[in-house]
Design a protein around this ligand. Structure first.
Ligand SMILES: [Zn+2]
Length: 67
């Protein structure tokens, strides 16, 4: 893999809503549930700082591509 275009390589497959792959939709839904349950276990809301430590709100960070 070339690293000449970091923006292109950062395009993650699970963030691509154009895909019509059923298993990918299932994966995204399960990942979303996992993330939400982990956030709930820590007493976090969707507007709380994200679990990954980015400083953004959860819903604007890791939760966004899983919708
Ligand atoms: Zn995050």
């Amino acid at each position: 893999m070339k690293a000449e275009n970091p923006k292109a390589s950062a395009e993650v497959v699970w963030a691509n809503n154009n895909t019509d792959d059923a298993s990918l939709r299932l994966w995204r839904e399960q990942s979303r549930q996992l993330l939400l349950s982990e956030a709930k276990a820590r007493g976090l809301q969707s507007t709380s700082p994200c679990l990954c430590g980015s400083g953004d709100r959860l819903r604007d960070c890791c939760l966004r591509p899983l919708r």
